[in-house]
Structure formats: structure tokens, C-alpha cells
Design a protein around this ligand. Sequence first.
Ligand code: G6Q
Length: 540
Amino acid sequence: MNPTTTPEWAALAQEREAMRGFSLRKAFADDPARASSMTIEGAGWTLDYSKHLVTAGTMEKLRALARACKVEEKAAAMFSGEHINETEDRAVLHVALRALSGGAVVDKGTGKDVMPGVRAVLDKMAAFARAVRSGEWKGFSGKRVRNVVNIGIGGSDLGPCMASIALAPFSDRSIKLGFVSNVDATHFAETVRDMDPEETLFLVASKTFTTLETMDNANTAREWILQRYDGNPAAVAKHFVAISTAADEVAKFGIDTANMFGFWNWVGGRYSLPSAIGLSLMISIGPEAFLEMLSGYEAMDRHFRAAPLEKNLPATMALLGIWYNNFFGAESLAVLPYDQYLSRFPAYLQQLDMESNGKSTAKDGSRVTWQTGPIVWGEPGTNGQHAFYQLLHQGTKLVPADFIGFLRSHNPIGVHHVHLMANFFAQTEALAFGKTADEVRAEGTPEALVPHKTFEGNRPTSTLVAEKLTPATFGALVALYEHKVFVQGAIWDVFSFDQWGVQLGKVLAKKIIPELTSATPLAHDSSTNALIERFRAANR
Ligand code: G6Q
């Protein structure tokens, strides 16, 4: 359904006009209860959205749009196993991966309860993780595993890589984790540089087990292991396990399928961290902490389903995103974690959000005439302050931003956490309220400098805070963004769970591979032909 033809959309367009003179300074001065009335909670997280360019009336109009677009019904369809991923005819049941305190979850396509399979894989992962952590699982020469290297890319890399950094305080520091994703051999070479092959376990993570980058890296890893064992193929079983849905391909590679951890086609790659794709994380933090993370995910799933739109964190964040994206022409969303452990969170969200909603075809096959997914970007907060925040404060572009922070630190050393959080609070205050020319003048600033030192303010931010970064609050945070993306996709009327846009480049690369190493005539455009010729000349 075209959302822009609804009366609710028209009402929002009018609201946008009515909001032209809106000032956050005035809104806060007029309403002492603004912050409390625009602060909501769920699954260990508090969202203060009072520093947004909205009134209570705006929010009501945004919620009306969500209702008109049947967001709640669409969410119910996802949770109940309907094949809402229509272009691939699949259910979308990543929520089942953490529905551990509930009953059956049925894939409507097969009519089968997926939960016994989910539990069985989790049990198998836990047994394996314990064996590696305790030293019971040994390399081929009998040494215990000191290095665990996940080989995967995209959804089979970003989640566990980001999460293993986020949950490092809960990790077994005697096991070093590595992540190899890039087909550039440098990634493999530098990751294993200081590792002893006899102490290294590779997890080859690939849903399809045919992905070019992953297979190249897995083959190179196999060579690296075999070299150490004089080519004895029996070593492979002790140094490789697979995480995949494709048993045949795993067996072809030489990995014992007994050491394969399965998942299902109803788990999208970018939603797969809570599946077997999280095995590297589970080995690092242990099964108990991993289950705690799943309980955090589940708590947010429950909040998303049960909380009315007024109090619903994912829905509220989604609607605010739509407000700027579709009615203010904002092109991006900055995600700014004030926690070093979340340093890879923006990169993870880039895939989650941009691969899900970076679409220009509506569900009925027509070209959308409205804006869809934003460009997501970000860096840990204080580093960003000394880099790109200039543009956030005084640039010409509107960049809504999510500020994410924790009340207590894992490393309460000296003044650090106080200084970190002072910056966290100061930035959203400065962005919202700015500094007027009169305020700058009152400081005795020479008149010529006044415009340069003035801050317009009215730059919208969300503040997300939790008590502490734990496996549970972390899981809830990831689920919060997953559902935010879901709500936006539901309103934009796009299929959020496919990713056809990544295919074309892959197909062309396969065609170019043999051309780079031969002298066959080239039939590309003149630019591509010339570039390939240069590569050939340099590598002759
Ligand atoms: C994620 C995408 C994509 C995928 C990778 C890796 O949603 O589908 O990023 O995860 O292309 O695919 P494999 O796991 O099949 O190797």
C-alpha cells in the first residue's frame, strides 16, 4: 500500500508545515513536563525523545500513520511464522531464535514448530563451546584451542564480530577471537599472523557455503592448517567446524557434518547473531552469558509486541526516523555510542538497516515515489566529537542522531566515566538548544565572530540509556533496532527481508575473475575494459 496516499500521510505533511517555526527552547520552556512525557522504557532501556522536533500532536499523527499502515498486524504476521519474505517465499522467524520462554512457533509454510530445532542447536552449541573453553576439545596435535577464528562475511560476520567486542568484559580472555571476512588476503594473513595453527580453530560461517569471499578464506585456512600437519587431511576435522544450512556443501569442503551447526532459511543473515552464527561469541562469553543475551533479545521482542505504540521503543524510534526521512528530507541517521565496547555497533547497524530498507521497489512491484531507508553511519561518541560533530552542530544538513550510553562503566577508572557521560549529556543539550547570537555577544565576542560562534540548535537527537552494558541489555538493544527497521519497512511498503541489490555486482565479479588471469578479448564498457587491461599489464 502506498503510504503517501493515506489521509494520515497528508496530515503529517500539514503538520510539517505547521512545525516550521518550532523551537526546542520554547517547547521546553513552555512545558516543564516535556522530558518526562517523552521518556519511555522497555527491556532495560530508557528512551528520551523529548529533544526531537515534535509535539505530542505530531507523535499522535505519526502513530496514526503506523496504524493506517497496519504495523501491529504486520508484526503479528512475522511473529506467527507467515511467509512475509514474499520474494524468497520464506518465513521471517529470527524472533524464534530467542523465544525460549514461550511455546511453539510454527513456520506457516511447513506447518512445523521450529522451537525443538532451535533448542537442539543451542544445546549442541553449548556443549561444543564448553568443550573448547575447558580445553577438552583439542587440535590435531593435542594442544588446546587458544584462537577461534570466524570466517564469514556480511550477516555471517558483522553480528558476532560486533558482539564479541561489545561483550568482551564477559569473555574468557585466554581465548583469542579473530574474524576474517574480506577476500583481500591481508585480512587472513594479518589475523593469523601471531597464531599457532595447532592452537587455532576455524568456524566457517556461511548460510549457503558458496559465498566467494568465505570459501576463498576457508580454503586458504585449510591450506594453512594442512601445511603445519604435512598435508594430513585428518587434521581438518579437529581445526574446522561449520555453521551453515547447507550440509552437502559442508561435507564437500571436508568438514565432518557432525561438527556442523545448523540454522534455517527463515533466519536472514543480518538477523542471525542469535543463531549458530553466534558460536564464536558463545565460545568467548560462555553459554550462560549467551543465553542471557537471548533473554535480553526476548525481553525487547515482548516489549515490542505488548507495549502500545505510545510506549513502544522500536515503534517510536521508527516513527521519528520517518518524520525526518520523509517530511524533512533528512538523508541519514547518525548512531553514536558513548561506549568503546559498542565501537562496531554502527557498522553492524549499517547492514541491518540499509540492507533491509535500502529498496526502491514497493511490495506490488512499482517504483516507490517516497523516500525509504536512511544512510546509517556513526562512530563512538567522543571520537566523533573531535571529527564530524562540527557538521552536526553547524552544518547545513539535518542529521538526526541516536545517542547511546550507560550509567555505569565496566572500567570505573579515575574520572573517565564522569567525563565520558558529561560529554554524552552535553552534546544533546548543545544540539537541541544551541547558543544564540545574543548569548555569544554577552560573552564579549567581537561582532565579526558572532555568526561563527552561534549555534542554531533545534538539531534532533534520541537519548538511549541503560544501567550497564550486559549481555541482556546488549541483546535488547540489537532487537530494538531490528524492530525499528521492521516498523519502517512496514510503513515504506518494502520487503525488508530480501537483498536482491547485492546480486548484480557478485555476478559481474564472477564473470571478470577469469578475464583477469587470461588474455581473452574484453567486451565491457570502455572504462571497465581499460581498468582490466591495466590490472593485466601490472600482473603479467
Ligand atoms: C544478510 C545477507 C548477507 C549474507 C552474506 C553471507 O542478510 O544475506 O550479508 O549474510 O552474503 O552469506 P552466507 O552466510 O551465505 O555466506
